[in-house]
Design a protein around this ligand. Sequence first.
Ligand SMILES: [Zn+2]
Length: 136
Amino acid sequence: MEILIVLWLGLAVAIGAIASNKGRNFFGWFLLSLLLSPLIAGVLLAAAGSKQTSVPSASAHGWSCVHCAEPIRIEAKICPHCRSTLPEVDPRVLELYPQMHGNFRYRRQPDGSVLMATPSGARRFANWNEFWRAVN
Ligand SMILES: [Zn+2]
């Protein structure tokens, strides 16, 4: 009997660890495994998939805080990680998107495409006409 309890607990911990790796709550999934059964929780967890983390600009450009180097959004005014105030216009934004149209910062690429800075990261347009239609 004890072996079953140990196995149950061990599997519940494993489910919690897997959930934690997927960006989910360790303790919540551990409890769910204990109550339902590690098997059912495991199936649920597989169905739930990975949680999306919301740092798209960081993934697009390796954008990071100038103070703590944690990934942040390009337009962040205060770093969500270290609470530092960030420069009004980050010099790296100017470097990446040197041109400006209205309120849009953009960069023309050598291949003719256009990259535009957006709150959720870089948006790519195949050519100048597409960009122009989107911003006018
Ligand atoms: Zn920071």
